[in-house]
Design a binder for this molecule. Structure first.
Ligand code: SAM
Length: 320
């Protein structure tokens, strides 16, 4: 396991064709919560170098945003990767970034909106010890045009995060089996990621697999009320679940487990060039995979190191 506190772009420490899988949650380029590192999408250089370091037939999973995944996908494709699929991690608790356009129209027209009550305002998950919820006025538009547009908004409720599934092409001239024999890469690992059949459910197909269905490209944060759930379910995690972890875009280790199991086999080597607080590394350790991670920010790097060390200790204890 290697963790580097440096810019990942050159990936100088890594030999060509040596990594089995790329799993990463890069900056989305949307200035999420004004984080300085999220202003822009990563440069194409990192995907070109990831391509260079990945083995032939190796898979990758790259988190992205609904708004900019198209640009990221073009960069990945232009760097040589095949776009295989886009997984949707769907959730119910997304916050629409919107406002009442009717009130904005009142403001524009210089008309004072009507106060119809008060509400408590707490921003995101940022509740700190000394943080108090502020009271805000509940308003209703007063101008004629404002009333017409009362409740109109600018953005629909977000309900999924896309995760792009990519693959470095097989070595020229080799078929899948030959590629696996030579490099150990080229196929997805369904054995541990199948979705079990529900008790009593009629099995699908002529020769149903005893462990259940092949995992789909939808992952959910909770079961939804549409009969029995045929999807892999991983709840979101709140910031600071580990009390020392202040990373604002922490991904659940349980989700990383699923992704790791899907595109790697035991003892394979995973690269995460944007590891943040190290969720991919922690998941990799638990599943007996090797890991190389990069993180530019010193504070996040220290968190990742601590999480990985804690996990190592837990694993050592669990041997006795
Ligand atoms: C979306 S966050 C990853 C969060 C991670 N999934 C977790 O669970 O903690 C992306 C991270 O990439 C880091 N980063 C941005 N540019 C980088 C670069 N050039 N080299 C290394 N890390 C970088 C940021 O500091 C940020 O922590």
């Amino acid at each position: 396991m290697q963790l580097y506190n440096k810019n990942s772009y050159p990936l100088k420490e890594i030999e060509d064709n040596s990594i089995d899988a790329l799993i990463t949650d890069p900056p989305y380029g949307i200035s999420y919560q004004n984080n300085y590192w999220d202003k822009d999408l990563p440069l194409k250089e990192i995907w070109e170098n990831s391509f260079r370091t990945l083995k032939y037939g190796g898979f990758g999973l790259v988190f992205s945003s609904v708004r900019l995944m198209h640009r990221l996908m073009v960069d990945l494709e232009d760097s040589g990767f095949i776009i295989k699929d886009v997984l949707f991690w769907s959730y119910l608790n997304g916050m629409p970034k919107s406002r009442n356009v009717g009130l904005s129209i009142d403001k524009e027209l210089g008309v004072e909106s009507k106060k119809i009550g008060e509400y408590k305002y707490v921003q995101g998950y940022k509740e700190k010890k000394d943080y108090k919820a502020t009271k805000k006025d509940k308003l209703s538009p007063a101008s004629e045009l404002g009333i017409k547009y009362d409740g109109a908004g600018l953005g629909i409720k977000p309900a999924y995060e896309p995760i792009i599934l990519i693959q470095k092409p097989l070595k020229k001239g080799l078929n899948v089996s030959q590629n696996i024999i030579k490099y150990g890469t080229g196929a997805l690992n369904f054995e541990n990621t199948r979705i079990p059949y529900q008790d009593g459910e009629g099995k699908v197909g002529h020769n149903p697999h005893p462990k259940g269905r092949i995992p789909s490209n939808i992952i959910r944060t909770e079961t939804q009320d549409d009969g029995y759930d045929k999807f892999f379910v991983v709840p979101k995690v709140r910031q600071k679940k580990d009390d020392f972890n202040s990373h604002p875009t922490l991904k659940p280790v349980e989700l990383m487990h699923h992704l790791i199991k899907l595109i790697t086999f035991e003892n394979q080597l995973i690269l995460d060039p944007f590891m943040g607080s190290g969720s991919t590394g922690v998941g990799a350790l638990e599943l007996e995979r090797d890991f190389i991670g990069y993180e530019l920010d010193k504070e996040y790097f220290e968190i990742a190191k601590k999480r990985v060390e804690n996990m190592k200790k837990n694993l050592e204890y669990s041997l006795f």
